[in-house]
Design a protein around this ligand. Structure first.
Ligand code: ATP
Ligand code: MG
Length: 354
């Protein structure tokens, strides 16, 4: 997408210590978050979605380390800052104001001993946004109202355990929004909720993005969440971006066999539960060291080359890229010697210019 950029993740590699070795779990990914857009990262459990998200605001687990890449934050003034190089104190200053994060389980982020009102009010103080107690309280109640908490003045005094899961997630969104961040990172924000509440929360996130001119990075394993929420989506598999496209384009024309597998795994009304589709096969045993396409062991379309060499990211169109050898040859299977680009798809090595 060529829109006004807010965050540009370039060639990000994150490695995790395993014994004496540092093994990459996120491998040279490029993600662009434009202003006022919702960007999805979708992929199976363990593919590196949360590690990517946690890299942005420096909350990686102790065993993990950013080993390469940059994360360029574009200020409205045009100034650029690499978030990777920021000191702890500097990134904490940005958290809440520039960046905010919500997680799957609100209970793990809320203090059970404090009322929700006090918790949100505390943030106004921390971010030096409002010191006057009366005005701060009014602002919190206004925000609780904005996220759809009924009787917000009354709920201000409620403790987290007195609220339903959906209401707690609304409180988390209120906490995230109170500093009016420019980017909301939502890591599986609706996974723990029933489908009706899930739809309401996704609608709320979209509304908040529009009302507050905010972008969001939506992390999910659920293609349904992507289709209802995201403008553009990155499909991740074992630490690598396999395909990226405008959401509608990805759903209409999925090119990577992994994306197609994810889409065909979405249960449809009337499906017999005994015959629900899955993506067969396993990941390579030593996947982190395996040189070929990480998906080839599970791919129905693989060619010999896939076992020895990972495909570059091919540009299919302005808003569609895919990392698959088959896409480099007009989606036809070619023998392993044929590296020409018959379809005229542009090979994009390393970074890309969108
Ligand atoms: N604290 C940790 N210590 C060691 N390895 C970790 C840690 N956290 C994550 N990993 C490893 O990093 C890889 C990526 O994990 P990550 O949590 O980013 O996956 P995910 O895509 O968010 O999965 P899920 O959908 O289950 O949340 C996995 O192989 C995981 O085992
Ligand atoms: Mg995760």
């Amino acid at each position: 997408m060529s829109e006004d950029k807010l965050l540009e993740i370039n060639n990000l590699t994150v490695s995790i210590k395993e014994g004496k070795e540092m093994l990459p779990v996120v491998r040279g990914i490029n993600i662009t978050v434009p202003r006022n857009k919702i960007i999805g990262i979708v992929g199976e459990s363990g593919c590196g979605k949360s590690i990517t998200a946690k890299s942005i605001n420096h909350i990686l687990p102790p065993a993990a380390k950013i080993t390469a890449g940059s994360m360029i934050w574009h200020e409205a003034s045009g100034q650029q800052t690499d978030l990777v190089t920021l000191k702890e104190k500097e990134i904490r200053k940005r958290c809440g104001k520039d960046l905010a994060m919500i997680f799957q389980e609100p209970m793990s982020s809320l203090n059970p001993m404090m009322t929700i009102g006090s918790q949100i009010k505390e943030l106004l103080k921390i971010h030096k946004l409002e010191n006057n107690p009366q005005k701060a309280k009014a602002r919190v109640i206004e925000m609780l109202d904005a996220v759809g908490i009924p009787e917000p003045a009354l709920r201000y005094k409620a403790y987290p355990h007195e609220l339903s899961g959906g209401m707690r997630q609304r409180v988390m969104i209120a906490m995230a929004m109170i500093g009016q961040p420019k980017l909301l990172i939502a890591d599986e924000p609706t996974t723990a909720l029933d489908v009706t509440t899930q739809a309401q929360i996704l609608k709320l996130i979209r509304k908040m993005c529009e009302s507050y001119s905010m972008s969001a990075l939506m992390i999910t394993h659920n293609m349904g969440v992507v289709s209802s929420t995201c403008d553009y989506v990155y499909v991740m598999y074992l630490g690598t971006i396999m395909e990226e496209a405008l959401t509608q384009e990805l759903f209409n024309n999925p090119l990577h066999p992994y994306t197609r597998g994810l889409l065909s795994s979405i249960p449809k009304l009337g499906d017999n539960p005994e015959f629900l589709k899955t993506i067969p096969g396993n990941i390579p045993v030593d996947s982190k060291k395996f040189k070929g396409c990480k998906f080839c062991m599970r791919c129905s379309d693989d060619i010999k080359k896939c076992f020895f060499e990972e495909a570059p990211l091919y540009k299919v169109s302005e808003n569609h890229y895919v990392r698959c050898h088959l896409a480099g040859s007009d989606n036809k299977i070619v023998n392993s010697e044929d590296t020409s680009n018959k379809a005229g798809s542009e090979t994009v090595k390393g970074g890309k210019n969108k």
